[in-house]
Design a protein around this ligand. Structure first.
Ligand code: 5PN
Ligand code: ZN
Ligand code: ZN
Length: 268
């Protein structure tokens, strides 16, 4: 297990209006988009970036997003396709704490958990327009307790096993695995650059750019805390992709996602 491999864990799909996906641009109408997590097998261990959405949470709080998620599209189900279980993952990183990126954290009480330092306070005290985004608090006893949502916690979730290491700026987690600070969509949002020995790097925009068209038109999603920072982050991603000769991969782009390797297929 020396050469880095990247697996995409399919997490099902959700629906938003086109004006949410493409802020003030549209076109309107239902857009069904994928949700996935990124599993990195590295000589230093297994890193999981994001954990998708929790079906029951979405049906309870955001049923209008019409979740479709099979058993194989839950985090334990997607890992099982690879012959793995949650306990095989040593480090969980959350790009940010929106509900569609934290839903499976509850399966990793044993793992080291990493996020941007400022996301923790933001999930506890979001801006009024961010409350729905930060509505699944099952990833953190501290956050759930602070928002009177402790009923969301899975039995066994404690302050000890849901504590995060907060980091800032760009940070290399392991050789060739770098979190790129791209604020705007969320206050502590991270994109992800993965470098390989035998292929070009992959730059995962995560939610700094939902789709390829988003980046081409510098049109971010309507969910953001600072749209000016959001545009700057998109420009930075374009620059980084060019500088590193990286392939760009988007978080919520159904057309491109259909061409991505999922299940037992991998990059590396
Ligand atoms: C998929 C999705 N739906 C709603 C929100 C929101 O209110 O903030 C972030 C977000 C989403 O990613
Ligand atoms: Zn988001
Ligand atoms: Zn998202």
């Amino acid at each position: 297990m020396t050469d880095t491999k990247v697996f995409l864990l399919d997490g099902g799909s959700l629906v938003l209006d086109g004006y949410h996906v493409f802020w003030n641009r549209g076109p309107g109408g239902e857009v069904r988009f994928p949700v996935y997590s990124i599993l990195i097998e590295h000589r230093d261990g297994r890193f999981l970036i994001d954990t998708g959405y929790d079906y029951d949470h979405v049906m309870k709080v955001l049923p209008f997003e019409k979740p479709i998620q099979s058993k194989e599209q839950t985090i334990p189900g997607a890992l099982a396709l690879l012959g793995l279980a949650p306990k095989d993952v040593g480090v969980v990183v959350n790009s940010h704490f929106h509900f569609d990126h934290v839903g499976g954290n509850k399966f990793f009480p044993h793992a080291k958990k990493i996020c941007h330092r400022d996301e923790i306070a933001q999930a506890i005290t979001p801006q009024p327009f961010e409350v729905l985004g930060y509505s699944d608090l099952s990833f953190s006893k501290q956050a759930a307790d602070a928002r009177n949502a402790s009923q969301q916690l899975l039995a066994g979730t404690s302050a000890d096993n849901s504590t995060f290491e907060g980091v800032t700026g760009d940070i290399e987690l392991a050789k060739g695995v770098t979190l790129i600070f791209t604020p705007g969509h969320a206050i502590g949002h991270y994109s992800l650059l993965v470098e390989f020995s035998n292929r070009k790097p992959i730059l995962f925009t995560i939610d700094a750019s939902y789709t390829q068209k988003s980046l081409e038109t510098l049109c971010q999603a309507s969910f953001h805390v600072d749209p000016v920072q959001g545009v700057a982050s998109m420009r930075r991603l374009k620059q980084l992709a060019e500088q590193h000769g990286a392939e760009l991969m988007y978080s919520h782009d159904m057309e491109n996602y259909k061409t991505y390797r999922t299940g037992t297929e991998f990059y590396g």
